[in-house]
Ligand binder design. Structure first.
Ligand code: UTP
Length: 479
């Protein structure tokens, strides 16, 4: 019997034992290469775990487990005042700058998502985000990393997590653009793991093609394992990196390797230096950001959709939201923490269920199905579920206009247009603070469009106003 036939029969009986043999419906008619592909996909899965996952997350909808006592999380305010949690930002900046100068910091972009809401054809990091030139997202990050190197004398290495679905395209894109000027030896791309997508009604694994399972990346939380499996963690250890600045691919103005945040993470008395987070003051209770809370004595993020709305609407006497701290998914992780998590054979973040539309092939008829409504369950892990695993985790308030212009949707909130508007608003504020005249309309908004290169400034203090002339009304300028 040829090896493939033997493997096929073994796989068939393993799948029969877990009620998933439908994925081999077309196996007998596949050529050797396609059969290999399918068997390879199946061999990479933890098949024994699937019945339990299906029962827990797919055929039943898990109820969110809400802790009994949920309190707002404490945080370090971006503008420390005597009245509200004063802290010495200059001290922590100096600590963070010391770590950057010592080359202890790397950057980490999670770019394995599918970006379905934006609907861009290609890896999301290639999206033209710049307000004037359409500078791509990856270029924003590369330039911010280069600027950090220029300021502190050591360029942080850059780790990028892709998925098997966009890895090759991302590698080719960065190579074509010469890694936007970074040393290719210090840019490491690795794909994350995938999970099979399941039929929402039956819990059966779906086929995307007769020879291919329908799969989805296993969530940004999959990064914690993928860092280890890919060798990225070992690479960091070899480079004596101690801290990882974690950010998403969708925010062009994210403050990479922020020295104040680094200083707090490494040296604040209530931080164990394992995992820290930035927060944004929510503008309205309905803003869809996960909320930093303290529950069961532990700092954690409770999803927007899980936290009761009456709690999210509560206000303090001065009118501020009591639950104010929303998550923009910006973290610091220590290499030692990542190593510790991965050294525990039982380490596994929980799964979250998402109902999605997944095109598939009917195993009974071979017919292609393009669903109009969600037909599938995808299982993903979320990075913030690692926070409670840190001994003491802290939260630091980011400045909204300075650091958060995400591109999630094609239109409306968190879209390319809102991102461009925020980019201009931030650049205008920074330029004015440096003495540059910026035209403003009657509504106080800039009457121009400005794209600020991170090579010029990653911090308002980097701008040399003397080198920038006044900006004309309606002008489109790149600084
Ligand atoms: P999102 O939650 O915005 O998901 O990811 P997404 O898949 O990119 O977009 P939609 O929901 O399909 O529109 C937040 C960040 O986490 C990364 C994304 O690339 C983005 O930077 N991510 C998400 C991963 O790296 N892997 C995943 O499996 C999921």
């Amino acid at each position: 019997m040829p090896a493939t036939t033997f493997t096929l029969e073994t796989m068939r009986s393993r799948l029969a034992a877990i009620g998933q043999e439908q994925v081999l419906a077309f196996a007998d008619s596949l050529d050797a290469e396609k059969l290999d592909h399918l068997l390879g996909q199946l061999a990479a899965l933890d098949l024994d775990a699937i019945p339990e996952l299906v029962a827990a997350y797919v055929t039943t909808k898990p109820e969110p487990h809400l802790p009994a006592d949920i309190q707002p999380a404490p945080y370090y305010p971006s503008n420390p005042t005597a009245e509200f949690r004063p802290w010495d930002a200059d001290h922590f900046r100096a600590v963070g700058e010391g770590l950057l100068r010592a080359g202890k910091v790397a950057c980490f972009t999670v770019a394995g998502g599918q970006g379905t809401r934006l609907g861009f054809d290609g890896p999301k990091g290639c999206y033209p985000a710049g307000a004037v030139t359409g500078r791509p997202l990856f270029q924003f990050f590369a330039e911010a990393i280069a600027k950090t190197g220029e300021k502190y004398g050591k360029t942080p290495p850059w780790y990028i997590m892709t998925s098997p679905l966009n890895h090759d395209a991302t590698v080719a894109y960065l190579a074509k653009h010469d890694h936007f000027g970074l040393d290719p030896e210090a840019v490491m791309l690795f794909p994350q793991g995938v999970m099979p997508s399941f039929d929402m009604q039956t819990g059966k694994m779906l086929l995307a093609e007769p020879h291919a399972l329908a799969t989805n990346p296993d969530g940004h939380g999959g990064s914690l394992r993928a860092l280890k499996v890919s060798g990225a963690l070992a690479d960091m250890q070899a480079r004596s990196i101690e801290y990882l600045s974690y950010f998403q691919v969708d925010n062009p103005i994210v403050r990479v390797a922020d020295p104040v945040f680094l200083g707090l993470h490494a040296a604040a008395p209530d931080s164990s230096g394992e995992m820290s987070s930035k927060m944004l003051a929510k503008v309205a209770p309905e803003e869809k950001l996960g909320m930093f809370c303290v529950a069961d004595g532990t700092l954690q993020i409770i999803e927007y959709s899980d936290l009761p709305m009456d709690l999210q609407r509560e206000r303090l006497a001065d009118g501020r939201l009591r639950f104010l701290a929303g998550s923009p998914a910006i973290h610091l992780l220590s290499v030692a923490f990542l190593d510790k998590l991965n050294s525990d054979p039982k380490f596994a973040l929980p799964y979250h269920r998402a109902e999605k539309k997944v095109a598939c092939v009917d195993p009974a008829t071979g017919e292609r199905i393009v669903p109009g409504v969600p037909n599938a369950v995808k299982l993903e892990r979320f990075v913030f579920d690692a926070m409670p695993l840190a001994a003491r985790s802290i939260v630091y308030e980011a400045n909204r206009t300075d650091e958060f212009a995400p591109i999630k949707n094609a239109e409306g909130t968190d879209s390319p247009q809102t991102s461009r508007d925020i980019q201009t608003r931030r650049a205008a504020g920074w330029l004015e603070a440096a003495g540059v005249a910026v035209p403003r309309g009657g509504d106080g908004e800039p009457d121009c469009t400005i794209e600020l290169s991170p090579r010029t400034a990653v911090d308002s203090r980097d701008i040399d106003g003397a080198t920038v002339g006044p900006i004309a009304p309606k002008a489109e300028v790149v600084v």
